[in-house]
Design a protein around this ligand. Sequence first.
Ligand SMILES: *Cc1c(COP(=O)(O)O)cnc(C)c1O
Length: 235
Amino acid sequence: MTQLADRFHAITSQINTIDRPLGQSVHLLAVSKTRTSDEIKEVHQLGQKAFGENYIQEATDKIQQLKDYDIEWHFIGPLQSNKSRLAAEHFDWVHTIDRLKIAQRLSDQRPQDMPSLNVCIQVNIDQEESKSGFLAQEVIEAALKINQLPRLTLRGLMAIPKATDDPEQQRLSLSRMHDLFTSVKAALSEQNQPAEAFDTLSMGMSGDMETAIQCGATIVRIGTAIFGPRPAKTK
Ligand SMILES: *Cc1c(COP(=O)(O)O)cnc(C)c1O
């Protein structure tokens, strides 16, 4: 087996052994930013369907090259307004809704012959200057609006907590995300809005996957632990 296959199998078996006190199912999103189409094909051949990309231009090139493969594409990078149309036309999911304007544009620009676009609201859970996303106290109001946009399906919340190696520090932010997820779901129901599709908590990367799953993550976004260290970004 190749190193890539070894790492992929190690991650999928690890995901299955981590305890889940909340009993949720967990899906692996293979984060393929900066990786080649050939590397994506190799992981796809091992049974992986969902891939995450950060850079719109790089991603749309790869989506075009891999259009004959049954891949579900997730956009997980910062989205500029002038790139929203590309995201609306090429992706199945956008995890990084960080302002209402971008949600409105994606809904307006989603082609009629495609299913509605799955979206998550990005939460700046540790209130970091350097990170985008809604603050926790803004999320319910945003969710009630985004959930009504006709061409979007609001699937849940996403976060990139403050980087730390300390699992207890990680746990504090990740469990605040789970609490927020529960509050938003309750608020949707209280307002008689559809809440069944709101089932996703996108959190956990190579460095905090285990804690994220213990805290209720339903999608973990894993790059380096599958593909190895990322080559330096060139564009
Ligand atoms: C790059 C990236 C990941 C994957 O990170 P790794 O540490 O390589 O697993 C996950 N989420 C987002 C938003 C990313 O940009």
